[in-house]
Design a protein around this ligand. Structure first.
Ligand code: GDP
Length: 297
């Protein structure tokens, strides 16, 4: 379950405030110290923690809060609002092109869950938008990736365009797009190659695919279990590719939650979906307010 540790620590900080009838500035300072530690332990980006604590403290020490009848509740509300704001306030829907096809390019490091997410996203679009997607297998570096995508395509009854592993990925995308035009697919989802880490050859390849396909959406898939590293990866990809959104995978196994809390603030780009399991239906729209409620328990 995500945010286990953070929820527990925040509850403790709030219990301290609740016990007091009257809350002083010192009490707020002590609670903020605990909240700061809780966020750092949850692997939230340091700069994000700093801004978060500063904003909450400024709002919480005001006379309206401290002199009110329910100071602890008001401080909890301030933390809740700030968590929601940090994660982006509201859910951001997928971009949709006015003309078919809407092109979604997927990017991410190896193992992040990119290929799985291509399948989940196809299912999501079919269930919610009656989509007829074409999947393009442009990950030519991991031979198993193409087979994996075909298996997922078979399972979901979605066509997969591939040309094996010996063709330039940009050429695969060019021909895949031509096929989508012929077959009037309304969505094209491009599965690109991953690497173990960000490298220049990968970024150049992704840039070239982007220039050819003019994607409406560039979704970066990152593994939430890698915590701050996920945030750094998102920053790196965004600087090179100007992504339009993030899919945060493996939230089901992430007990800390630092990436969910940091990515929006660090990159300025929204988390659009979260992956919460290996099955094809384990993809959910990311709602910052619901996530904040979940953290506060
Ligand atoms: P890729 O290299 O980025 O294409 O990664 P894959 O799609 O092959 O996924 C790597 C592993 O992560 C696979 O075993 C997936 O089943 C698993 N995976 C992907 N998304 C999730 C998720 O949201 N939750 C869990 N628990 N596992 C996931």
């Amino acid at each position: 379950m995500a945010f286990e540790g953070l929820s527990e620590r925040l509850q403790k900080a709030f219990a301290g405030l609740r016990r007091k009838g009257k809350v002083t500035e010192d009490d707020v300072r002590e609670a903020m110290r605990e909240i700061r530690l809780a966020l750092l332990e949850a692997d939230v980006n340091f700069g994000v923690v700093k801004d978060f604590v500063k904003d909450v403290r400024e709002k919480a020490v005001g006379a309206e809060v401290l002199d009110s009848l329910t100071p602890a509740q008001q401080i909890i509300k301030i933390v809740n609002d700030e968590l929601t704001k940090t994660m982006g306030e509201t859910a951001v829907p997928l971009n949709k092109s006015p003309h078919i096809p809407t092109v979604i390019m997927m990017a991410g490091l190896q193992g992040a869950g990119k290929t799985t997410t291509v399948g989940k996203l196809s299912k999501y679009l079919m269930d919610n938008d009656h989509a007829r997607p074409l999947l393009i297998a442009a990950d030519v570096y991991r031979p198993a990736a193409i087979e994996q995508l075909k298996t997922i395509g078979n399972q979901l009854n979605v066509p997969v365009f591939d040309m094996g592993t010996d063709v330039d990925p940009v050429e695969i995308v060019r021909q895949g797009m031509a096929q989508a035009a012929l077959q009037k697919n309304d969505y094209v989802i491009i599965d690109t190659a991953g690497r173990l880490q960000i490298d220049d050859a990968l970024m150049t390849e992704l840039d070239n695919i982007k220039a050819l396909a003019h994607p409406d959406e560039i979704l970066l898939v990152v593994d939430s279990m890698t915590g701050q590293a996920a945030t750094d990866v998102a920053k790196g990809f965004n600087e090179r590719l100007d992504i339009t959104g993030v899919v945060l995978t493996k939230l089901d196994g992430d007990t800390r939650g630092g990436a969910a809390l940091s990515i929006r603030a660090v990159t300025g780009k929204p988390i659009k979906f979260v992956g919460q399991g290996e099955k094809m239906d384990a993809l959910d729209v990311f709602y910052p307010d619901r996530m904040a409620n979940r953290i506060l328990g």
